[in-house]
Write a protein that binds this ligand. Structure first.
Ligand SMILES: [Zn+2]
Length: 196
C-alpha cells in the first residue's frame, strides 16, 4: 500500500495524546494495514532527516492513532535494512534479569535523551499482521529496552515519565551528534514532563 506519511505526521510532547492509552485492535482490516504502512513511511522519512540517529521503532500513537500497534527494526546495526517487525496488541508477560540504566530517546521527544532504568530481559506476546500469535523472548538488553519503551507508548507512557527526581539524567543531541547535559529547568520549560 502507498503512504503519503512523512515525519510531519509525528506528534511530540507536550501533545497529550501521547499520554493516552491506545485501543486494542480487534480485527485486522485494510485500515490496519494502511496504518502499518503509514508508520513505516513515517519512521523512514524521519530517519532520512536525522544524520546521527536510527528509527529503531515507532508506536501508532506517535502518528496520532490510538491503536495498539508497534513496529520494531529487524536489524539495529544496519540502516540499509529497512525491514520492521510489526506487533499488534503487544503485551509484556514477564520482565526478568537485572535493571539496566541506559540512554533512551524517542521520535516524539525531539533531541532529548534520558537515562532510563529497564529490565534486561522480557517476554512479549502479540499478534502479527496476519493475526497469528507471536511470542518474543528477548535476552538482548537493547531489544528488551525497545519493547518496553514501545509497549509503554501503547499505555500512554513516555520515557521521560520514568525519570523522576534525577535532575542530571537528561541530555540534548547537539549539532555534531554528541549528547550534552541539559539544564533541568530547560526540560521543565519544554513542558515534556508529566504534571501529576
Ligand atoms: Zn518513543
Amino acid at each position: 500500500m502507498k503512504s503519503n506519511h512523512t515525519r510531519k505526521n509525528i506528534i511530540t510532547l507536550p501533545n497529550q495524546n501521547l499520554r493516552k492509552r491506545s485501543y486494542r485492535v480487534h480485527v485486522i482490516t485494510d485500515e490496519t494495514l494502511q496504518l502499518v504502512d503509514d508508520m513505516l513511511a513515517t519512521a523512514l522519512d524521519w530517519e532520512a532527516s536525522r544524520p546521527y540517529e536510527m528509527a529503531v521503532a515507532l508506536a501508532a500513537v506517535q502518528i496520532n492513532r490510538l491503536e495498539r500497534v508497534i513496529i520494531i527494526r529487524e536489524d539495529f546495526d544496519n540502516k540499509d535494512n529497512q525491514n520492521f517487525i510489526v506487533l499488534i496488541n503487544p503485551e509484556i508477560i514477564k520482565k526478568e534479569g537485572k535493571i539496566i540504566t541506559d540512554q533512551e530517546g524517542c521520535l516524539s521527544v525531539k533531541d532529548i535523551y534520558g537515562l532510563v532504568p529497564r529490565h534486561e530481559k522480557v517476554r512479549v506476546k502479540a499478534i502479527d499482521i496476519n493475526g497469528n500469535e507471536v511470542r518474543i523472548k528477548s535476552s538482548n538488553p537493547f531489544l528488551s529496552r525497545i519493547l518496553q519503551h514501545e509497549i509503554d507508548h501503547c499505555n500512554g507512557k513516555c520515557f521521560v515519565d520514568h525519570i523522576t527526581h534525577q535532575k542530571t539524567a537528561f541530555s540534548i543531541l547537539s549539532d555534531n551528534g554528541d549528547l550534552k547535559p541539559i539544564n533541568y529547568d530547560d526540560i521543565i520549560k519544554m513542558g515534556i514532563l508529566k504534571n501529576d
